[in-house]
Each structure stands twice: as C-alpha cells, then as structure tokens.
Design a protein around this ligand. Structure first.
Ligand code: 5AD
Ligand code: SF4
Length: 451
C-alpha cells in the first residue's frame, strides 16, 4: 500500500479573482504556503486554509468574492480550525478591512496588497494567538525579493517588472490600492528570467500595470533596454509583456519589439474610448489621433502585428456620439482581440463623483453592440487562418474538448490532438475557425532552436 504524505499534511486552497498580476501573486502565496508545509487542493471543503486573493477593479469582481466568502460561513462553523484569509486589492481600499470583518466575523486574517510578503508570519501569529488579524499597511514598502513562488502556469512564467501605478486614470482604483509605481532591479528580473529558461519555461511574460514606464524611478534604464536584455538571453522562448500605455509607447520601444526574434507579434494597447472628450475626462493623456499614430508606428515596423485592447463603455457623460467614436475606432484599427467592460464606479476615484453617470440599460445596449462588432472582426481574422500552418506553443490540455491548446505569436488560440505536447512549439495546420479560436491538425513538433 502506498501512503501519500498529502493525505496527512495540511492543505491550502487559493481562490483568485482578477488579472494576471493577481494570478501571479497567488503563485507567491502558494509558494509561501508550501514553504510552511501545506499541500495544494482545489476543494475548499478539504482545505485547512482557504485564501481569497481578491480584485476590486469592477464592482462585479468584488460582489463575486464577497459571495464566495459568505458561502464558507457554514464550513467554518463545522471546521473551527480552518483558517480563512482574505487578501488582494479589495482589502486595500480605505476602511474596507473593518467593513469586511464586520460582515464576515469568521474571517481569520485580512491582509493588504503591501503585506503579501508577511503572509507566513500572519498565519503563524493567527495559529499561536487565535486572535483575528488585520494587517493592511496603507503605504507601499520597498520591493521584497526572494518570495518563494509555486508556479502553476508552465510553460508560461510570469515575471513582475513594476508594481503599482502613477497614472491615475479617473475611473481606476489601481493607483489607490497598489500604491506608487516601483520598478524592480533589472538584475533581479534577468536572474528570474534565466532561471525560468533553465527550468524549461517557453514563454516569459513581463508584468506591470504599465510596463512602458519601467525604469522611470530607477533613472538608468528604460523598458526598451530591459526588453532588449531579456530578448538577448540564450534559450528558445517567446517573450511577452503587459500591459502598455499608449502615451508611453515610444518609437525606440517599437523598434526593440520588432528587432527581437523572441518577442511575440502581439501588443496589448488599451485604448479605453474613441472619443477625445471622454479620453480627456478619463485622464488618459492621448487623443484618438495620437492613439492611431501609435497603431501606425507599430504597423510600420511590424506590418503583421496583432494589436489587442481594453475598451470601456458608459463612462460618465458618454453620449451616443462618443460611443459611435469608439465603434468607428474599433472598425478602423481592427483589433486582434478586445476586453470590453461596462464602466463601474469605484469609490474614491474622481469619475465616481462625476455628474452624468450613464444609465445601466444604455451601457448594456452599447456593450452588446461593441462585442458584436469585435466578434465579427475576430471571426474574419480567424477564418483567414484556414489552410495555413502556424507555430503554436502548446500550453495545456482541455479536458472537455479532449484536445491540446496553445497560442501562436499573434496570441491566437488553437486546439489540436496529440500526445505529450505541453511546453513544446508545434506546427499546426488550421482546418476550422471558431469565433476567436482555431481547430487544427498537428503536423510536427519543432526542434529546439539554438539561440
Ligand atoms: N470600470 C470598468 N472597467 C475598468 N477598468 C479599469 N477600471 C475600470 C472601471 N472602474 C478596465 C480598463 C483597464 C482594465 C484592466 O480594466 O479597461 O484597462
Ligand atoms: Fe488603472 Fe490607468 Fe494605471 Fe491602468 S494605467 S492601472 S487603467 S490608473
């Protein structure tokens, strides 16, 4: 009989909301928990500690997390020793931790975005004292290096390059909950990338709220230089980065992306809106024309580049004419993909206090039209793939579809049958196109390139 340690050891379950940044932070939380001897489980009823890594960028993310926390009340009553911890952006909002403890008094630990690195101490403190713990520092400290990471995204490795944001777009809560922009030491970034490559990771994604302003606080390096340095590392890998801000995307950076044989031919460039009046109210620091100039610059150096974006509808005072400006911009640019959002007022941001909040039904109508338009563009772009053979990095297996999946350099997802392909670059001949994804036949596994 084989007895697994996992049957006796303590287990953790992490529930993550929001963006890549949060998913990567959950890898750090998992690393800390594994260092303390916990094993992973996806079943919260089986866990000794459940961690909610929350997001507050829109109200629905917050509501979902609160609903899921509330649902654990009964479980906690039956399993008194189970620890429930809540961290991430939601807890960092002014006065929120207290509100949360009042609403859900069974929570054991509340920790803010600036306290992730102290998580181990907070668990030990809770275990020893049995007191409820609230640790939410309102100011960011120095960047802490060396936090263990239990990565769960192979063959993609996420690497933080900046933390926080200084842009203060008027709708956005991020600068308030993530603090001022801090750039990570380039040598630490290079070390982490080298380590990932040596472990066989095939895609590196440099992460920050605005990677384009990397190094502004360091003074002796910028993002283009960092990108060139990472791209020059020996190894067969694809290099990605997100997210960008149009105001900071320079010609030198575009050249650095274009020159590199490792950077993916996809750039995520959030536009948010197509109307100059709304862009100004959003404090985005560019006009529609200036945004289109950045698109032209990217296409000048990389004619085939796929540009993806974030777009919002229903920002305060948005008229039908403003919305039509967004629609016409989408038609003009023909994005390779778009994340579309209905504006959600966030307490403490300037936009939440603006007159002229747009009624929900109007926003809903607009977002349906916008999604429809972008879906049509996605479909046309996908159809153009039929018959072509593309190079795909196989990143996972879809249990439902019983197919492997991966993306090409333009970020387009393809499904295909095969065996033992995760972490390999493969050639896939495209037979069918769905809305945003493709269906193909595996032709060959690529030889490892010698860079
Ligand atoms: N309401 C709706 N969408 C928002 N975003 C940021 N803040 C809000 C908000 N208050 C969107 C932006 C951003 C993306 C990550 O989330 O489009 O680029
Ligand atoms: Fe928010 Fe604007 Fe910063 Fe992006 S750039 S995180 S939208 S404030």
């Amino acid at each position: 009989m084989i007895i697994s340690m996992e049957n006796f050891a303590k287990k953790y379950c992490i529930i993550t909301y929001g963006c890549q940044m949060n998913l990567h932070e959950s890898e750090k939380l998992a690393g800390i928990l594994q260092t303390l001897g916990y094993f992973n489980t996806d079943d919260e009823t089986d866990a000794d500690i459940v961690v909610f890594n929350t997001c507050c960028i829109r109200e629905n993310a917050e509501k979902k997390a609160e609903g899921n926390i509330g649902a654990l009340k009964k479980l906690k009553r039956d399993k008194k020793d189970m620890i429930i911890a809540v961290g991430g952006c939601m807890t960092q909002q002014k006065g929120y931790a207290e509100k949360l403890m009042k609403k859900f008094p069974f929570i054991d630990i509340v920790f803010g975005t600036h306290n992730l690195e102290n998580f181990a101490e907070l668990i030990l403190e809770r275990t020893e004292s049995k007191k409820h713990i609230v640790k939410v520092d309102d100011k960011e400290g120095k960047i802490v290096e060396g936090t263990p990471k239990a990565r769960s995204s192979f063959p993609n490795g996420w690497v933080n390059i900046t933390y926080g944001c200084d842009n203060f777009c008027t709708y956005c809560i991020v600068p308030y909950v993530r603090g001022r922009e801090r750039s990570r030491d380039p040598e630490e970034i290079i070390k982490e990338c080298e380590n990932l490559i040596s472990l066989g990771y095939k895609e590196i994604t440099l992460l920050g709220q605005n990677v384009n302003s990397y190094g502004r606080d360091l003074g002796n390096i910028d993002f283009a230089t960092l990108l060139r340095r990472v791209s020059a590392l020996k190894g067969d890998f694809r290099l990605c980065f997100m997210t960008n801000h149009p105001k900071d995307l320079t010609e030198d950076l575009v050249k650095a992306i274009a020159e590199s044989d490792k950077t993916a031919r996809t750039v995520h460039l959030p536009v948010q809106a197509g109307s100059d009046r709304i862009l100004k109210l959003m404090n985005r620091h560019y006009t529609r024309e200036e945004y289109l100039e950045k698109i032209a610059l990217l296409r000048k150096y990389m004619p085939d580049v796929s540009i993806t974006t974030d777009i919002m509808v229903g920002f305060p005072t948005e008229t039908e004419e403003d919305f039509n400006d967004t629609m016409s911009l989408v038609k003009e640019v023909r994005f390779g993909g778009a994340f579309t959002f209905v504006y959600s007022p966030r307490s403490g941001t300037p936009a939440a206090k603006m007159a002229g909040q747009v009624p929900e039904d109007v926003s809903k109508e607009r977002i349906i039209k916008l999604i429809d338009l972008q879906n049509g563009i996605n479909r046309e772009q996908s159809r153009a793939y039929i018959g072509k053979t593309i190079s795909v990095l196989c990143e996972g297996y879809d249990d439902r579809k019983k197919k492997y999946l991966g993306r090409d350099t333009y970020g387009r997802m393809a499904y295909f049958a095969g065996k033992g392909l995760i972490g390999k670059f493969v050639n896939v001949n495209i037979k069918k196109a769905g809305g945003i994804s493709l269906m193909g036949e595996l032709l060959s596994v690529e030889e490892e390139k010698d860079f």
